[in-house]
Design a protein around this ligand. Structure first.
Ligand code: PBG
Length: 333
């Protein structure tokens, strides 16, 4: 980096002195159009609070539509939906995952009918549907089987796409699923559906509140996801995962979680220069919310700073449970 002058002829504080010059030289900005709102959708019953995620709710379809309307009003371009499935519909083979009458396709259809211009993203993974709470089909030892799972994921993605999903987002971390899903969609006249690959998805403890929200925590029990999600110690491996997913046809790639993995986000964006999203996950939301509710931090500036850091690190878009709040705050602020 070239430095054009030295103190005292150069003073870094000169441009920081006034608000107008701070605004002019600002390098990054958080906009409502950078945000995607993840929402939990209920198969049955009325909307419910989620204790470990204060301010977030499991939504019935009517409330989901209200939220969709709010996204559009605030300039948030897309929703990502996560189904909450009753226990009796969970099974070993996760067959509910590609039931065209299931809650995910029904939610997509409803949203796309009422708000055609709102982007709808669906989660492709089996954890809401398996009796094990794992993202795939397990064998006798409880090992998540790769190729068997990919066969189901293909059908799940096709089912979502047929219901009208704009983007399908495999979050399961099986090998080869992006290529398999792309060919299956293309072979079934769904070539316009995009794939957002959760490419660098780490086996993180920050997903805890999400697992409470969808009810997979109880199913998982003491089991973990270490045989498919990435080891938090690894950075180079994330680049391999991203390279493979792009080669297999991913339109966008994702790094997840957010703040603890900003280094990975930066590496991925710099190396591939492709659309790169980040997921500011449930545990990150819960930490900020808890501190704010206790009066220990000032919620609005802390949240905006956290989300801005994702943009600065290279994110094109951010999935965040704070999306609607942040959109509102960044408009006024
Ligand atoms: C599961 C899935 C998870 C999240 C999104 N999709 C949890 C997991 O992998 O156990 C986590 C999101 C969050 O914590 O906000 N396919």
């Amino acid at each position: 980096m070239t430095v054009y002058g030295r103190f005292p002829s150069f003073r870094a504080r000169r441009l920081r002195r006034k608000a107008f010059s701070r605004a002019l030289v600002r390098e990054h900005q958080l906009l409502p159009s950078d945000l995607i709102y993840p929402v939990f959708v209920l198969e049955e019953g009325k909307s419910q609070d989620i204790p470990s995620m204060p301010g977030q709710r499991r939504l019935d379809l009517d409330d989901l539509c209200r939220v969709g309307e709010r996204c559009l009003a605030l300039g948030v371009p897309a929703l990502a939906i996560f189904p909450v499935v009753p226990d009796r519909k969970k099974s070993e083979d996760a067959s509910e995952a590609w039931n065209p009458e299931g809650i995910a396709p029904r939610a997509v259809l409803r949203l796309k009918t009422e708000f055609p211009e709102l982007g709808v993203i669906t989660d492709v993974a089996l954890d809401p549907y398996t009796s094990s709470g794992q993202d795939g089909i397990i064998d006798r030892e409880g090992y998540v089987q790769n190729d068997e799972t990919v066969q189901v994921l293909k059908e799940q993605a096709l089912c979502h796409s047929r219901a009208g999903a704009d983007i399908v987002a495999p979050s399961d971390m099986m090998d080869g699923r992006i290529g398999a899903i792309r060919s299956h969609l293309d072979a079934n006249k769904q070539s316009q559906t995009s794939i957002l690959a959760y490419s660098a998805k780490y086996a993180s403890a920050f997903y805890g509140p999400f697992r409470d929200a969808v009810g997979s925590a109880a199913k998982l029990g003491k089991a973990d996801k270490y045989t498919y999600q990435m080891d938090p110690s690894n950075a180079e491996e994330a680049l391999t995962e991203v390279a493979l997913d792009l080669a297999e046809g991913a339109d966008m790639v994702m790094v997840k979680p957010g703040l603890p993995y900003l280094d990975i986000l930066r590496l991925v964006k710099q190396r591939f220069a492709r659309p790169t999203f980040v997921y500011h996950v449930s545990g990150e939301y819960a930490m900020l919310k808890a501190a704010a509710q206790n009066g220990w931090i000032d919620e609005k500036p802390c949240v905006l700073e956290a989300l801005l850091s994702c943009k600065r690190a290279g994110a094109d878009a951010i999935l965040s449970y704070y999306a609607l709040d942040a959109a509102e705050w960044s408009r006024i602020g």
